[in-house]
Design a protein around this ligand. Structure first.
Ligand code: OAD
Length: 232
């Protein structure tokens, strides 16, 4: 993919909220119910791998109960229009973008529907079942871990994302609280590289110096409208 990007979209948990998936922060968010230190750090995986695997098994098992919504589908329309000039980066580990039909999507925080080999992190493979302590890498037989980027670990595809941000004409962030780095830094980086920066979110960032256009509302309402306007 050498084409310069016209548009880079970053999504967060807010785009899947109306599909019934919990966001992470705020009222009734995931991190009100679970301690990050128990399920989302390399130390937790070392200390109690079964606890960590069971947590992501539970989330993986619940995925089929949730369906992509109008915001996910609208982003598919953008991709159809722009082709290789479009890149979707998501912090989400659900599969709703793919089930809506998105193809050019990078899961920078990993994915529930895959596992990673503990011995060779390049061995990443699709996985839909229940990961146990006996689950083995199909490529080398080593033990496995959830394909989730834990706090303190390096997100995936950063070189590709950085290049796309450097060259894009517009950067749009949707349904993210913009508090987790490096994703939270994408807007300032894109802006410094010359992109227009747009935010679509339930709550808008107050006086954010990097955001040119901010549209408040529910993702299922504002994303399709914004896409229709963009595609005019
Ligand atoms: P957050 O839970 O931090 O933020 C969700 C954002 O979505 C908030 O700004 C909400 O206002 C907004 N929101 C909620 N409902 C919405 C709706 N219907 N329409 C539009 N916006 C809505 O989730 P993220 O920013 O995605 O990382 O969190 C970033 C990372 O923190 C996650 O990827 C996860 C988490 O810890 C890992 O697990 C590694």
């Amino acid at each position: 993919m050498n084409t310069k990007k016209k548009l880079v979209v970053l999504t967060g948990a807010g785009i899947s909220a109306e599909s019934g998936l919990r966001t992470f922060r705020g009222n009734d968010g995931m991190w009100e119910h679970e301690n990050i230190e128990d399920v989302c750090t390399p130390e937790a995986l070392r200390r109690n791998p079964k606890r960590v695997k069971d947590f992501y098994n539970f989330l993986r098992k619940g995925l089929p109960d949730h369906q992509p919504n109008a915001a996910h589908f609208a982003l598919v329309e953008l991709e159809k229009k722009l082709g290789d000039e479009f890149l979707l980066v998501t912090q989400n580990v659900d599969d709703l973008h793919e089930r809506a039909g998105s193809k050019r999507v990078l899961h920078m925080h990993g994915s529930l529907n895959s596992l990673v080999c503990k011995k060779n992190p390049n061995h990443r493979f699709e996985f839909m079942g229940e990961e146990t302590m006996e689950t083995r890498c199909p490529l080398c037989g080593a033990s496995t871990r959830p394909d989730i980027v834990f706090f303190g670990e390096q997100p995936l595809y950063m070189d590709e994302i950085q290049k796309a941000l450097q060259e894009c004409e517009e950067f749009v962030y949707i349904g993210t609280s913009s508090v987790v780095y490096p994703a939270a830094g994408f807007k300032s980086y894109a802006k410094s590289c010359g992109a227009k920066v747009t935010c679509l979110n339930l709550e808008l960032p107050e006086g954010d110096p990097y955001t040119d256009v901010a549209i408040p509302g529910k993702a299922t309402e504002i994303v399709p409208k914004w896409v229709a306007e963009f595609c005019k």
